[in-house]
Design a protein around this ligand. Sequence first.
Ligand code: FCB
Length: 433
Amino acid sequence: MTAADPSLAFPAKFLWGTATASHQVEGNNTNNDWWAWEQQDHIRDGTRSDLACDHYHRFREDFELLAALHQNAHRLSLEWSRIEPTPGYFDREAIRHYRDVLEWLRRLNLEPVVTLHHFTNPLWLSSKGAWETVEVVDAFGRYVARAVDAFGDLVRYWVTINEPVVYATKGYLEGLWPPGKRSLRLLAQVLHNMILGHARATRIIRDRSPRTDVQVGVAHHLRVFDPYRPILPVDHFVARVGEAFFNRAVLLSMLKGQFQFPFGRGPVPDGHDGLDFIGLNYYSRDMAALDFRYPRNYFGSFFPHPDRPKTAAGWEIYPEGIYRLLKFLGQFDKPILITENGVADERDELRPAFLISHLQQIHRAIREGVRVEGYLHWSALDNFEWAEGRRLRFGLIHVDYDTLERTVKPSGELYAKICAMGGLDAGMIAAYT
Ligand code: FCB
C-alpha cells in the first residue's frame, strides 16, 4: 500500500468512516413519526422508507464491507421508537439488537459514533407534541439513561442530537417535515427544549458511562452564509442574521451552558461545559439577500448561488466552506469530528472530486492548528433521504432498491485508498481536481 504524500497526511489516529441514521437505512421503522408522515404522501418522489436498505438485518455484511474498505469508524443512530416502543417500556430484543450491532463494529475495529436522536420520534412522543413541550426533557433523559446502561461499555463517542436547527426549521418553519407546522413560537420552543435535552443527556452520559474516555457532542449542521450582492450592506446583514440563528445560537447555548437569543435566557440547567467535541455536518453555502417577500425570515432569503456548480439536491458545491467553518469552530478549542459531509449524485460523477476537494480543505484547517479528529462521510449506503425520498443518492455504496444488492461505487474505492493511506497523494489530487 502506498503512503500519503507527507504534506497531505492526516493525523495518525484519525477516524476515517461513514455515517448513517436508523430510519434512513434500517427499514420497517413503523413506530415513529416519519413513517406516519410518509403514509400521508409527503415525500417528493412518492417513495417511502419501507424496507430502506434492510440494514437492520444486513448490518453484519454492511460493516464487513466498510471494514474491507479500510474504514476505522462508523456513525449510526439508535432508533428510539424501537428501544422504547411505549412510554417507559424498553424492548429487550431491540436492545439486544443494538448490542449486537455495536459489538460487531468493535470486532471489526470500527469505532462507533452513536447518535441518540436523529430526527425521528416514537409515535407516543409525537402524539404528545414531541419537542414542543418541556416534558420531552425527562422522556429523553430516561431513554438516554437506558441506552447508556445498555451500551455504555461499547461507546466512546455519543452524539446527543443530530442537527437541532435543521429538525426545527424543517418541521416548524418550512413545514416540510413532521409535524408540518409553521410557527416561530414553536420553532424557538423546540430549540429551547433541545438545548435542555442535550444538557440533560450530557450529564446522564457523563454520570453513567463506565468509560473514562467517554466524549459527548452534538452533530451540528453549519452552513456558510455569504452576501449575494456584496456591495449591499443589507445583504451582509441578512447573512449575519442567518449565521447567528443557524450556526451560532444553538451551538453556543450548548457549548457555554448559557441560552443565547432567541432560544431563552440565563443558564441552561445541567448545561455547564456541554460539549467534549463538536460534530460538524457540512454540505453547502447559502447566498443571503434582503427580500421583501419573506417577512417570516425577517425579509431575508437564502438560496444557492445561481451560477455555481450544484449537486443533484441543488446545493452549491463549495469545498472552501468546510475550511471556513472549521476555522470558525477552531476558536472554541474543542476536538472536532466531521460527523457528515457528502453529495447527492446519482451516477457518482461528482463524488470523487467532492471527496478530494473537501479533504484538501480539511487538511488545510488541520495544518493551521484546528483539532479535527475524524471524517465520517455521508453516507455509507444510498438511503432514504427524508422528504426527498430515494431519488437522492448519497452513498459510497450503491443500493439496488429492488434486489437490495450493494455495489461499491468508484468513489467508495477511492475513499478506501484514502483511508488506507491515511491521507491524500498528489496523483489523486491531479486526477480529480
Ligand atoms: C443531513 C442529515 C442526514 C442526511 C443528510 C443528507 O441534514 O443529518 O440525515 O439526510 O443531510
